[in-house]
Design a protein around this ligand. Structure first.
Ligand SMILES: Nc1ncnc2c1ncn2[C@@H]1O[C@H](COP(=O)(O)OP(=O)(O)O)[C@@H](O)[C@H]1O
Length: 294
């Protein structure tokens, strides 16, 4: 499987280069005076200014991309496909939150309550979880990432912008009617973590808007007995997550639009139609473009 990056700017790197201690940069940029006393989290207090050498030049590191989009739009699906294609980690803050929530850590019950109400976890907690993940990646030699679900507030975006020069922000878009159905149809294999969807979406075009068809994404037979639904994928909670996205995360789109980093991508349908078009929009040439979409 070969991937060719055609566009020299902003998508230029495929090789792993030297390590940038981004995790510590993020923690450093986080003033201890902002700590939420309700949490028992200790965000590192070494928040001196980020020293310029830590801002590695894009040419010396792997790509650093962000995926934005409403719940259910498919950020995880496409970010994870690109991560496999480009050989860079896909870091989903939702996954980090769920890992913590399922652990026996002190934050677990607090996180469960917040997530199951469809609310956002505090910036402090998210930054701390993300910093830990980046730190672990740096120790393994990672220098790039595709972030999914972060940043979700202007403050998170400012912190990230303060410590690294994000190359590209992909804003995935899908008609609102499809989002709820996609969340409600989502199924996860509790054994392998695979994501599937039982929803069959067929929305007719109207008022100049094109129709959209998205076939179900069935689980393979070995996963069927292990399929589970996320506790926050209920109708009520998804509606709240969509409301919060519009209130808190929509402004993040403008934040990146104003900086010329936003690539808007309207999903034309399911994975078979969308994946090759996304690769095209990203100026990525992939010889298995068609088969990869299956
Ligand atoms: N960057 C973030 N800031 C605050 N909370 C977050 C963030 N990322 C994830 N979460 C929490 O984890 C939950 C699940 O996130 P995610 O899997 O990305 O869901 P979604 O399908 O809504 O995009 C969110 O509803 C929120 O409670």
């Amino acid at each position: 499987m070969a991937v060719l990056l055609r566009n020299p700017k902003p998508i230029t790197r495929t090789t792993t280069c030297s390590i940038k201690p981004l995790s510590s940069c993020i923690s450093r940029s986080f003033s201890s005076t902002t700590l939420n006393s309700e949490t028992d989290l200790k965000v590192p207090s070494f928040f001196s200014c980020i020293s310029p050498p830590l801002r590695q030049e894009p040419k010396d590191r792997n790509v650093q991309w962000v995926f934005l989009g409403c719940p259910g739009v498919g950020k995880g699906t496409y970010a994870s496909r690109l991560s496999n294609l480009l050989g860079i980690p896909h870091i989903a803050t939702g996954d980090l939150v769920r890992e913590e929530l399922n652990s026996s850590g002190t934050l677990s019950s607090q996180l469960k309550e917040i997530v199951n109400q469809g609310k956002l976890v505090s910036d402090e907690i998210i930054i701390s979880l993300l910093s830990k993940r980046l730190e672990a990646g740096e120790a393994k030699g990672e220098s790039g990432f595709i972030l999914d679900g972060f940043p979700r507030t202007i403050r998170q975006a400012e912190i990230l912008e303060g410590v690294t020069d994000i190359d590209l922000v992909v804003n995935l878009k899908l008609r609102e009617e499809a989002l709820l159905a996609k969340c409600l149809g989502r199924r996860i294999c509790s054994q392998c973590g695979g994501n599937y969807n039982i929803a069959s979406i067929d929305i007719k075009g109207e008022n100049g808007k094109p129709g959209i068809y998205m076939a179900p994404l069935p689980a393979p037979p070995q996963c069927v007995p292990n399929l589970i639904q996320r506790a926050d994928d209920t109708k009520e909670v998804v509606k709240e997550r969509l409301r919060i996205y519009n209130e808190m995360s929509r402004p993040v789109e403008d934040f990146y639009r104003n900086r010329g980093k936003l690539l808007e991508f309207d999903l034309p349908g399911g994975i078979p139609e969308s994946w090759p078009k996304l690769l095209e929009a990203l100026n990525l040439d992939h010889e298995d473009k068609c088969t990869a979409a299956a």
